[in-house]
Design a protein around this ligand. Structure first.
Ligand code: ATP
Length: 222
């Protein structure tokens, strides 16, 4: 069996009397593109927020890169995430948005931002303000922001949601490129299985907060 990069054990999030995530045991292999599928309200975002450290589990455990509990802090910087809409400065260009993130992260490498823009196919947008971007362009810039610091695990929550067919193709190609060229492990959520069937190597199906099944692409095809 391939090496696991991330594993959750009985991961649970309770909001009042409602269990948004209920006893989830998720397994993401190193190098996988893990498609996390579930209807709206199934618990995908809540689960991904806990994995990214944006929300605290009510119960259960997350293990990443062999670390868990308090030690998870040591590996948080190895995770990049785009959850819900990317937080962009609308009056600034893609370059300036990335520049701010790089400064906050302490990255000063020459040509780094240009390279990120190229990776997500935004290298020709110039000074255009991001408030004038299409949804697909915004999503791709969100992915670029999540890539600052070279994460080993990239978490993308519904990056394809609301995009037009052209936007879907662009985001899909960006993700494929990252997996292939950088060997990145990627967890991507969607409420449409069909959208991820061209992309994911493994799948986790969540329904009413419960992870009902995990399967490989081959198992899904069968
Ligand atoms: P969507 O794609 O619509 O965002 P999802 O699968 O990501 O769906 P979540 O956003 O994780 O679903 O929501 C799961 C459940 O938890 C929903 O019933 C939602 O109303 C509830 N929920 C999410 N966040 C909170 C919160 N902060 N307080 C209370 N309930 C919440």
């Amino acid at each position: 069996m391939s090496e696991l990069l991330l594993q959750t054990r009985n991961l649970t999030k309770q909001y009042g009397r409602h269990r948004a995530v209920d006893d989830v045991n998720m397994h993401i292999k190193k190098g996988a593109i893990y498609g996390f599928i579930g209807r709206n309200g199934a618990g995908k975002t809540t689960c991904l927020k806990m994995i990214s450290g944006l929300s605290t589990p009510s119960y259960g455990e997350i293990e990443m890169f062999g670390y868990k509990g308090k030690d998870l802090q040591k590996v948080r910087s190895r995770v990049g995430c785009l959850i819900e809409a990317p937080g962009l400065y609308g009056n600034m260009s893609a370059y300036d948005n990335l520049n701010i993130k790089c400064k906050l992260t302490g990255i000063k490498k020459k040509g780094y931002i240009e390279e990120l823009l190229k990776t997500v196919g935004l290298d020709t947008v110039g000074e255009k303000k991001t408030k004038h971007y299409s949804l697909g362009m915004k999503q791709r810039l969100g992915i670029a922001l999540a890539l600052v610091g070279e994460p080993d695990l990239l978490i993308l929550d519904e990056p394809i949601n609301g995009l037009d067919p052209q936007g879907i193709v662009e985001v899909r190609e960006t993700i494929q490129k990252l997996a292939k060229e950088r060997g990145m492990t990627i967890c991507i959520s969607s409420h449409i299985l069909e959208e991820l069937s061209k992309l994911a190597t493994d799948y986790g199906i969540i329904h009413n907060g419960c992870l009902v099944q995990e399967l490989t692409r081959e198992e899904l095809m069968r």
